[in-house]
Design a protein around this ligand. Structure first.
Ligand code: SAM
Length: 273
């Protein structure tokens, strides 16, 4: 029986090679592109501009945190994986920007992360590591606790309505050359009977880039919860958010759907949420 890894263990193990999951461009260019894309989304769709304060609460090795800091935002990047946070801090320094970094579970931000923010960001499917609808509600309450009145939550997730209906069995392979090593990266997905979750196997094939030697395989197993729009909207409303907006497909990065929601202090206090 395969051992599913929790997010902390999985991303500690992936931290060194995580950039391979994002395709064959240089990591620095990918970071800049992501930062610019989310910057445009913030400005054009939500009227939020630099130097707004952003808490990126599942920042991983800093793909969005560093990109947004380069675009002029004040960024705090947090993640449950200490090894990812270590790499985010190093890469930010190397790329010449300052981000505050913290190890934190996004289920418990209130007492761990200091200050409050204009935007709380969770980009790149971090919420699929939450296993129940009730825990999704708790995660949104935790994220809400770090927002100023009128601040916005901004999240991206895989489009699970589409993926579950076709029970998609794997992601397309990505080829990556990293120095002397060539990688092929893909994920295998084994769906539950009710299609609300799947066993995810992240697979890396690697061999010397000069084509000599055999491919070797490394895998990482985890369980993903495939939340769909109505579940997300119910959890957001219950957690005290309003003005839920699903972003148009042009804002997709890494093939994901994005949504944002507003925290209104009045609504929360008047409704006793
Ligand atoms: C697919 S990665 C995305 C990372 C980054 N945002 C990106 O797009 O490259 C998902 C991230 O969510 C983080 N994560 C999962 N559950 C978490 C939790 N409860 N609290 C904080 N981070 C969590 C993982 O450690 C991982 O870094």
């Amino acid at each position: 029986m395969v051992q599913a890894l929790n997010a902390e263990v999985l991303y500690d193990r992936l931290a060194e090679n995580y950039h391979i999951l994002t395709g064959d461009g240089s990591w620095e260019d990918t970071v800049r592109e992501h930062g610019q894309k989310i910057h445009r989304l913030l400005v054009d769709e939500l009227s939020i501009e630099p130097p707004a304060d952003i808490l990126d609460c599942s920042c991983g090795i800093g793909l969005q945190s560093i990109g947004l800091a380069l675009a002029g935002y004040q960024v705090t990047g947090s993640d449950i994986s200490a090894k990812s946070i270590e790499r985010a801090a190093q890469d930010a320094r190397r790329m010449g920007v300052n981000i505050r970094c913290a190890v934190a579970d996004f289920m418990e931000l209130e007492h761990v992360i200091e200050g409050d923010y204009d935007v709380v960001l969770s980009w790149g499917n971090g919420i699929a590591y939450v296993s129940t609808i009730d825990d999704l509600y708790k995660a949104f309450c935790s994220m809400r606790s770090k927002l100023r009145d009128g601040g916005r939550l901004l999240v991206s997730t895989r489009d699970y309505e589409a993926l579950a209906s076709s029970a998609q069995p794997h992601t397309p392979p990505l080829v990556h050359r990293d120095g002397a090593t060539e990688y092929i990266y893909f994920q295998l997905w084994d769906w539950s009977a009710d299609k609300t979750s799947y066993a995810q196997k992240i697979c890396f094939l690697r061999r010397p880039a000069d084509g000599t030697g055999d491919w070797s395989l490394e895998t990482f197993d985890s369980t993903m919860r495939a939340f769909v729009k109505p579940e997300i909207e119910t959890a957001l409303t219950r957690a005290g958010f309003d003005d839920v907006r699903w972003c148009t497909p042009e804002w997709k990065t890494l093939g994901m759907l994005a949504f944002s929601a507003r925290y209104s202090h009045d609504r929360v206090t008047n409704h006793g949420i």
